[in-house]
Design a protein around this ligand. Structure first.
Ligand SMILES: [Fe+2]
Length: 249
């Protein structure tokens, strides 16, 4: 398959944009309607654009007819409550698929490693069209929390930890990276996630906001990483055993 990709994003799989002045805006995300939807932690979702313009967050490929994560339908009632968030998602002019605010309760580093997953945004995406990537705009100020990315799920040397201060704006190839959030806080984190189609419009937007992929992880003790690796393996083994037990009935 050959897709149109942004060269900067393709190089390392992520791009960091200029920080947005989040403090100047009202907390629109608190006004939105949320649905219960568990994904990589204790989460709820408030969709702004969905498969058919309804307040639900299922993958577009689970609808009839199944389709890829493009041509999201804006939900009028939600956009009316969060016009600035909708404007930011539409700003590049790239095709938008799913667009939603995610509320995540605090997680540990071990939780994050356990929750690492790859997205499936490009399922059913037609060849020769734009590769679908995802924007993460942090709405709450979570400077001690990180978006954790790994090229290899169990290899900590491939780990990138992007800190999540308010106004942090990153674009990630979430089908390439294993990813999850380490939300090291006492209160929920709110984050706007938008699926965008790669192409000239997205490239121009990345350039406008000085997209770059230079990043150095803040130090994390080797012992903490080793312990977390072991804890995740234990959890995975426990889960496998529980599932096997269930199958035996
Ligand atoms: Fe994901």
């Amino acid at each position: 398959m050959s897709y149109i990709k942004s060269s900067l994003l393709d190089e390392k799989g992520f791009v960091v944009l200029d920080r947005y002045d989040q403090t100047a805006d009202p907390q629109e995300w608190l006004d939105l309607d949320y649905v219960e939807w568990k994904s990589s932690g204790d989460t709820r979702f408030a969709p702004l654009a969905s498969a058919r313009g309804e307040i639900e967050v299922n993958g577009f490929w689970n609808h009839q007819p199944p389709r890829t994560d493009k041509d999201g339908v804006w939900i009028e009632s939600q956009v009316a409550k969060a016009p600035i968030l909708a404007r930011r998602a539409k700003e590049p002019g790239a095709n938008v698929g799913r667009c939603r605010v995610i509320e995540l309760q605090p997680t540990t580093y071990v939780d994050a490693l356990y929750n690492l997953h790859q997205d499936d945004n490009n399922r059913l995406n037609p060849d020769e069209t734009g590769w679908i990537v995802r924007a993460f705009f942090n709405l709450t100020d979570d400077p001690d929390s990180y978006l954790v990315l790994r090229e290899e799920r169990y290899d900590p040397t491939t780990e990138i930890r992007l800190p999540l201060a308010a106004g942090t704006q990153v674009i990630v190839d979430t089908q390439r990276f294993w990813h999850a959030t380490w939300h090291n806080s006492e209160s929920p984190r709110y984050n706007l996630i938008t699926s965008w189609e790669s192409g000239p419009a997205l490239d121009a937007y990345i350039e406008k906001y000085h997209g770059h992929n230079d990043h150095l992880n803040a130090p994390l003790d080797e012992a903490v990483i080793d312990e977390a690796q072991d804890a995740v393996q234990r959890r995975l083994a426990e889960r496998a055993a529980a599932l096997a037990e269930k199958r035996r009935g």
